[in-house]
Design a protein. Structure first.
Length: 77
């Protein structure tokens, strides 16, 4: 067996993605409730700090900016 053939099965992959989505949703929910009226940069920093320790090899992406802007604009229900 070659190393590149070692992968999570589809059920495990789906679970990993669902867990990641839940972590993101919880961070955005917390930001929306605790940082109401804050600027995008403060919300972004909060989301980054909240999420970086929850993922291996966490890297910034456009999603955090999108959600930080939504929280700052009061668009998260």
């Amino acid at each position: 067996m070659e190393l590149q053939d070692i992968k999570w099965n589809e059920q495990a992959r789906e679970k990993i993605l669902l867990d990641a989505d839940r972590a993101l949703q919880e961070a955005v929910r917390e930001a929306a409730s605790s940082l109401s009226g804050s600027g995008k940069d403060k919300v972004y920093e909060f989301l980054f700090e909240k999420l970086k320790g929850q993922f291996v090899d966490f890297q910034l992406g456009p999603d955090l900016t999108k959600y930080a802007e939504a929280v700052a604009a009061g668009e998260v229900e």
